[in-house]
Design a protein around this ligand. Structure first.
Ligand SMILES: Cc1ncc(COP(=O)(O)O)c(C=O)c1O
Length: 408
């Protein structure tokens, strides 16, 4: 169905009309005509943009390849970067065998890689092709599927399954049409992490039906138990003795891990035959990472101290927020990610509007992050609260939200 406010000039790609406005555009519209409480400074907890300072050594490393400005970078990233990422994958995800020459390429963060991977691998000429997406979800998955000429098939993540993806809920005749599955583990917005059993099930389905898995792992490094980092897809594949990561591509990112969303740095890693074709696609797509960004990325992937400190800051905020809000609005600290995904006592959009009016704090209504699927919108009556501001602002916001809910 074309998006209802799409006004497409004649002659343009008709698929553009299927793209929905981003959740934040919808939020702006929802807030049109709403007066925020003028006595309070605005605190924005809606956008998932990291706000902790970028470590100085990463900023300094940006200057290390300044001469690189004089030449075009390669489409796949320099050897140093790909070998550094391979070392990181081995350290962090216990991968014993990954070949940086054939199984890893640099990407400009995970967003463009999620999108361009879909364009490279999907076959829009098959009219009934489907792309499986979690719901609620990161909107790029849907746009990537639609622009490639396929349709999304949503799996709702709900409290009953502790926000996990229930692969068994997908009928066989749907699986037969699926070309690509997007996973998001740790999940935005719930923070749920896929288990080894869930990966086993998904890999078996991929073997049976032949679809590719694009594993979005941009939140893997924001977790709260230092002894138990979230399981990654490559790690799961290796544990399950899947040599060569068949039909699996993982998209990793420095944005959240190292507080560098502006650096635009990530990677794609996995099945060599897909990486090869993805590279061919990217040569035309034109998404090579500049040398200065590569130098800073190498420095960032080599260091874990700043990442541990990053986690400590988030953990502190999660605990402080929960101590204040939980007595009045039940919260559970996620395994990973920097969001509280919270059930609201009233409609989620009303909650966000009234909260803005009363307290000048902004949260994202869950229904804007999800689609109606299987007769329901699984984001309805939830809000996503991004704990990205400073600890002082987080505590201030928590107190405002608590007072607000008490007075509802
Ligand atoms: C689930 C998810 N995937 C991917 C991204 C893209 O991140 P980046 O392109 O900065 O790596 C985001 C950003 O917020 C996200 O929430």
């Amino acid at each position: 169905m074309p998006c209802k406010d799409a006004k497409l000039p004649a002659g343009l790609n008709p698929k553009l009309q299927f793209l929905q406005p981003y959740p934040f555009e919808k939020l702006q519209r929802l807030f049109e005509g709403v007066a925020p409480n003028p006595r309070m400074k605005q605190i924005n907890l809606s956008v998932g943009e990291p706000k902790h300072p970028t470590p100085q050594f990463i900023r300094d490393a940006l200057g290390l390849d300044i001469n690189g400005l004089a030449s075009y970078p390669s489409a796949i990233g320099c050897d140093t970067l790909r070998w550094t990422i391979a070392d990181w994958l081995k350290r962090r995800h216990h991968i014993s065998e990954i070949n940086p020459a054939t199984q890893i390429i640099a990407t400009l963060g995970s967003r463009e890689a999620l999108f361009s991977l879909a364009q490279a691998v999907l076959d829009g000429s098959k009219h009934d092709g489907l792309v499986v997406c979690p719901n609620p979800f990161y909107q790029i998955y849907e746009g990537a599927a639609l622009l490639a000429g396929l349709r999304p098939y949503f799996i709702n993540t709900v409290p009953e399954t502790r926000f996990h993806l229930d692969w068994a809920s997908v009928p066989k005749d749907v699986w037969r049409r699926v070309q690509l599955v997007f996973t998001c583990s740790p999940s935005n917005p719930s923070g749920a992490v896929m288990t080894l059993d869930s990966w086993r099930e998904l890999f078996a389905l991929s073997d049976r039906y032949g679809f590719i898995i694009a594993a979005d792992e941009c939140y893997t490094e924001i977790y709260f138990d230092e002894e138990n980092p979230p399981l990654g897809a490559l790690d799961a594949a290796e544990k399950l003795a899947r040599t060569g990561f068949p039909r699996l591509v993982v998209l990793g990112s420095l944005s959240k891990r190292s507080n560098v969303p502006g650096l635009r740095s990530g990677f794609a890693a996995g099945d060599a035959s897909i990486i090869k074709e993805f590279t061919r696609y990217r040569t035309y797509h034109g998404s090579a990472m500049g040398g200065a960004i590569q130098a800073a990325s190498v420095a960032a992937w080599q260091d874990e101290v700043h990442v541990r400190e990053n986690r400590r800051l988030y953990s502190e905020k999660f605990d402080a927020f929960r101590d204040i809000v939980d007595p009045i609005l039940p919260l559970s600290k996620p395994t990973a990610s920097f969001y509280y995904w919270v059930a609201t006592p009233i409609d989620d959009k009303d909650f966000a509007v009234l909260l803005l009016q009363d307290t000048n704090a902004i949260v994202l209504p869950g229904s804007l992050l999800a689609r109606d699927a299987h007769s329901t919108n699984p984001g309805k009556n939830f809000v996503r609260i991004a704990l990205v501001p400073s600890i002082a602002e987080t505590v201030d916001a928590a107190q405002r939200i608590r007072r607000f809910v008490e007075n509802l």
